[in-house]
Design a protein around this ligand. Structure first.
Ligand code: PHE
Ligand code: NA
Length: 452
């Protein structure tokens, strides 16, 4: 189709793909996971996972999108009429994830508003649980809807809508070209601050000091593989859609390496900011650092704000942190929404304006579930199911279908033809054999832990 939209440049595509990959998961999930799984020792399974499943599947999705010029469902349909459903499975997953990703993003927006216009809340836990989540109002009660987060979630949706509505080059590419450099500079400022706060270095040491005794524990490998898959936005049809907008001449091998490495690099350094701040907090409160490290989402919304409330220029520092949070989140939300939007455009030939509007309205309705007090419960459930089961399953199916059932050999040639770095043969061994085996072992382990 000659009318398909295109990126303005290869760089624009790479920046947008990094924008998708670098998200909330890098900021609150990675540092915590690394800490919990043996600190620096986590890097070993993480780096192995980065190549075995990360780069391999990322390259696979790039080749699929670029060679078929279609979003996930259309791409699969063009590979084999029988596999269109696999594309829709990715797209459906993307839609579900968008609804709760936007809710978390909305909480970030709410904090930003609070810090910018009101100040650091006197009672931070109270602010998060009462004003944002309204959990204190008792059992699920739709009568008391958390207004602040509701407005913030709708706002996050509207911003995303406006950008997607403007198209690939004028919307996605332009937004990411502004967001990404900004995010990088602001993150560096947070990192420097993390290193220079009193107690900061202790926090950072806790984060990176390897505890190799954990390496034989299967859980650390599972966590690492899981984190990589989610972190690179794989299995959502995103990277397929993004690469379908590339011009003919492009280097997919190089692009997948750059995107994967940049994403991991970002995770690593943002951890310095997070743990430096936690170290400072422990120092101020005179407690062991291990006591201030919190699992899950409260790390960003309760622990971190508490830390900034203790420091000079805490408010400004907090604004910087939540700006990073929101920018990283929006650039990822954009990619999720683009996966859904492009699939509908390709399938039904409805124009972008109508499609993006429709997706936004449905999406806001979906997000309402996660904004309520019952939201946290649903969020955990959906998040676990999707990252532990759906994504790896899509990954296995993609790899087996593409390499074994259909044009495996052609895809390898295709990839090598476009790049001076000839990794096709090696890639085939990974994508066709090692990656699916690793993911199957992973899925087996998940099933096993489900029944025991
Ligand atoms: N990669 C994003 C992150 O690490 C999460 C994400 C997944 C974003 C899927 C978009 C799609 O936070
Ligand atoms: Na990521």
């Amino acid at each position: 189709m000659s009318s398909r939209e295109q990126w303005g440049s290869n760089l624009g595509f790479i920046i947008a793909a990094i924008g998708s990959a670098v998200g909330l998961g890098n900021i609150w999930r990675f540092p915590y996971m690394a800490y919990e799984n043996g600190g620096g020792a986590f890097l070993l399974p993480y780096i192995i996972g980065l190549f075995v499943v990360g780069v391999t599947v990322l390259a696979l999705e790039f080749v699929i999108g670029h060679s078929t010029k279609g979003s996930a469902p259309l791409a699969w349909k063009r590979i084999s009429g029988k596999f269109e459903w696999l594309g829709w499975l990715s797209v459906f997953t993307a839609f579900v994830i968008t609804t709760y990703y936007m809710a978390i993003l909305g909480w970030g927006v709410a904090y930003l508003y609070q810090l910018l216009f009101i100040g650091i809340p006197a009672d931070i836990g109270g602010f998060f649980f009462n004003n944002i989540l309204q959990i204190s109002s008792g059992p699920a009660d739709l009568g008391t809807f958390p207004i602040l987060s509701l407005v913030a979630v709708v706002l996050a949706w509207v911003v995303t809508y406006v950008i997607i509505n403007s198209g690939v080059k004028k919307g996605l590419e332009r937004a990411n070209k502004i967001f990404m450099p900004l995010l990088f500079i602001m993150t560096l400022m947070l990192v420097i601050r993390g290193f220079t706060l009193p107690g900061g270095i202790d926090g950072i040491l806790l984060y990176i000091t390897p505890d190799f005794s954990k390496i034989t524990n299967l859980k650390i490998w599972v966590d690492a593989f899981c984190q990589i898959f989610f972190s690179l936005s794989l299995g959502f049809g995103i990277m397929i859609a993004y690469s379908s907008y590339l011009p003919e001449k492009t280097d997919l091998t190089k692009s997948s390496l750059i995107v994967a490495l940049s994403n991991s690099f970002y995770s690593l350094i943002v951890g310095f900011a997070v743990f430096g701040t936690l170290g400072y907090m422990a120092f101020e409160q005179g407690v062991p650092i291990t006591e201030v490290v919190q699992a899950s989402i409260t790390l960003a919304f309760v622990t971190f704000p508490t830390a900034i409330s203790l420091m000079p220029f805490g408010r400004e520092f907090g604004i910087l942190f939540f700006l990073c949070f929101v920018i990283a989140g929006i650039s990822s939300a954009l990619s999720l929404m683009e996966s859904v939007t492009s699939a509908i455009i390709d399938k039904f030939q409805i124009n972008r304006k109508k499609t993006s509007f429709m997706v936004t309205v449905l999406g806001i309705l979906g997000s309402l579930i996660f904004v309520t007090q019952a939201g946290l419960y649903w969020l955990d459930l959906v998040d676990n199911f999707i990252s532990n089961v759906t994504l790896p399953l899509v990954g296995v199916l993609e790899a087996i279908a593409a390499i074994w059932l259909f044009k495996g050999e052609k895809l390898v040639e295709y990839m090598d033809r476009l790049s001076p770095i000839k990794l096709g043969a090696l890639w085939k061994v990974f994508a066709g054999l090692i990656t699916p085996l690793a993911l199957l072992a992973f899925l087996g382990f998940q099933m096993y832990s489900l029944i025991t």
